[in-house]
Design a protein around this ligand. Sequence first.
Ligand SMILES: C[S@@+](CC[C@H](N)C(=O)[O-])C[C@H]1O[C@@H](n2cnc3c(N)ncnc32)[C@H](O)[C@@H]1O
Length: 379
Amino acid sequence: MQHSFVASCAFGLEAVLARELRALDLQEVRAENGQVHFKGDFLAMARANLWARTADRIWLRVGQFPATTFEDLFQGTRALPWPDLMPEDANFPVEGLSHGSQLSSVPACQSIVKKAAVEAMAARYKRKIFAEDGPRFPIRVALSKDLATVSLDTSGVGLHKRGYRLLTTEAPIRETLAAGMVLLSYWSPNRLLVDPFCGSGTILLEAAMIGLHQAPGWQREFAAEKWPAVGDQVWQVARQEVADRFDRTTKLRISGSDGDDQAIRLANQNLQRSGLEQRGITLRTRPLAQLATETEYGVLITNPPYGERLSDKQEVERLYTQFGNIVRPWLSTWSAYIITNHPEFVSCFGAEPQKRRKLYNGMIECSFHQYLGPRPPAP
Ligand SMILES: C[S@@+](CC[C@H](N)C(=O)[O-])C[C@H]1O[C@@H](n2cnc3c(N)ncnc32)[C@H](O)[C@@H]1O
């Protein structure tokens, strides 16, 4: 049976996510602000959860209808096929959001949706009270311009939680954004990849998983894994595909460094948890000043400090200047991708990027500076 799904993502990553979902052979993929729609069966949903590197969550759209009154919202929700989706012991909390709609009280909308779903379940299961001690079915009601969209969260914990990163440094980048930066780059597994401000190693680990076709969700669970309507077989098939596609032999050339010893310790712990420690990823403590290479046609992808506090601003500008002085000469063969929100980055770095793209690092609007070097010669 075909369902409508929505994959949510950070602003700026919609096109990358749409590309990922098309590569999974999902149907009617369509990007919008902060989300990508697609259609498919539950196997498509399982694949999206396991493989979409830039998605925050995969939502199953249960229904959409106009709602300007609480009665509209109640009747519209009551008519949705809740008992076909949820078992008698389902635990179904409701969250909500509203903008530009007459129904603006989010808590009131949440409680109406809850009541309507309970009533639909009561009609099927012939009882009024539900223990809700079974699998989780997080419901979301979103009102936008008087249109109510009611969805179920198939992911549970956000998809950026891959499972390898338990501890983080001070300013870690989200795994989904790190993956997006790598997917936007021209890195391929036969090229050297360098992150000289690697912190807890997120960009390197996301790149390694991309290079080795390792599904980002391989070592975690998803809410819909416990849904009887989906069934175990779907997940067995999807998880078997994950095992089959994983490249167990390629040795990568990925090198991370950071001036902070403690960050490298964390990065090493994350690397161990990722299970990729024998796959050509090297990590070391090294201040930027010692960054050097003899390799050509490498790719640098990094998230340097931004100098958020005023007192750090000048220090960061000096760091960007030093960074430019070291890396600019490499750019005749290297490609470099640098994300920062600092408005003076380009003038400090001393080279104009061929492309810039707006990306959000959490709530911070950043520029992703893309220095596109030449293609490496054929081997
Ligand atoms: C924004 S954080 C990078 C976070 C990383 N992407 C992650 O996911 O954990 C910037 C990193 O730059 C490092 N750093 C700052 N100044 C440095 C310098 N002069 N040389 C090397 N590393 C430096 C910091 O220790 C910090 O880990």
